[in-house]
Write a protein of this length. Sequence first.
Length: 119
Amino acid sequence: MIWGPEIQFSDDLGGAWTSGKEQPRFSGDSGQTVDRLWHIEPGGESDPGVMYVGVQPAALFRSGDSGDTWKEVTGLSTHPTRDQWQPGLGGLCLHSMVIDPRDPNRFWVGMSAVGVFGT
């Protein structure tokens, strides 16, 4: 793990593994580093190829190409209360995601010792 946590894929049930082109990483301006990957969630049925990953420190990344590249969801990373978020016993992680099955524009994330945020 010299370069940080990494998401890999297998098309043959684990016979061979491949890394994506771009791993979940914070922008260079933030000074933050992805310590752990906690949860990967596929997008809704109406969004094929969309995936989300929750990380530590608590942040959300989105892929629109089945996990080959990842972009930070900055609306959460720059939330006005972020400087008040404190880690719990499990750290400061985004561990849960729920996409509304009836409305793909409704989405919730749960973060350890922070709470639940919805959009």
